[in-house]
Ligand binder design. Structure first.
Ligand code: CU
Ligand code: ZN
Length: 239
């Protein structure tokens, strides 16, 4: 009993004195939270997305821990929800300047009709009606909108337009999300809807969910690597 009491006092004392170490040199020696590798400014500046905070840590420029090593390509294969036949693929390619090109190829749509397409919050397409994907991906707390509206859900991509065969190709460049940094889409989902997104609140009156796909990190193509002039007479590259 007496020992327990002394232990309690000692423990409390340790906690009370702890703040004395939580500054200056001691703290500086600790790695920053989330740090992975030092940024390599020469290879890839960290000022992505027009100076938006990187990884949500409030760093608006310069070196963002781990940024240079984050994946910059993601993709999903869309499968029909129960009773539907819409399928296709969507890719997210993040450029050096931080802008993300979203491209999609879809089929099984209603010929000649517009269908809404959004990133939804959860990477879960397990429900038969796609409801498990949750609501629109909205990390900035904006109202719903079409891509012509700057302040909108980050997942608001507007509509794809089907041709006479029910197929659609879609391309949109956005600067309000990334693959795996701030507002990252990897691990979330893409939903295609039965109807067009009219931009109305809260989610564009787009009807049911006809296709769903979980977004995952994709392998970057070899051609996307920075290229140096290839040696012409040297032996095969060993790098
Ligand atoms: Cu949606
Ligand atoms: Zn929305």
């Amino acid at each position: 009993m007496q020992m327990t009491k002394w232990l309690a006092i000692w423990t409390a004392g340790a906690f009370l004195t702890a703040p004395a170490y939580a500054d200056g040199k001691k703290k500086a020696e600790m790695p920053a939270a989330g740090a992975e590798k030092p940024c390599d400014h020469a290879k890839m500046p960290c000022e992505h997305g027009g100076g938006k905070p990187c990884e949500g840590k409030g760093e608006t420029g310069g070196c963002c821990p781990g940024c240079a090593n984050k994946p910059r390509l993601a993709a999903t294969t869309l499968a029909p929800t129960a009773g539907n036949k819409v399928k296709g693929s969507v890719t997210f390619a993040e450029a050096e300047d931080g802008k993300v090109t979203v491209t999609a190829e879809l089929e099984g749509l209603n010929p000649g009709q517009q269908h809404a397409m959004h990133v939804h919050e959860f990477g879960d397409c397990s429900a038969a009606d796609g409801a498990s994907a949750g609501g629109h991906f909205n990390p900035e707390g904006h109202d719903h909108g079409l891509p012509t509206t700057e302040k909108r859900h980050a997942g608001d991509f507007g509509n794809v337009t089907a041709d006479a065969a029910g197929k659609a190709k879609f391309s949109l460049v956005v600067d309000n999300l990334t693959v795996a940094k701030w507002n990252g889409v990897a691990g979330r989902s893409v939903i295609v809807h039965a109807k067009a997104d009219d931009g109305g609140q809260p989610t564009g009156n787009a009807g049911g969910r006809v296709a769903c796909g979980v977004i995952g990190v994709a392998k970057a193509p070899e051609a996307a690597k920075p290229t140096a002039p290839a040696p012409t007479a040297a032996p095969a590259q060993t790098k």
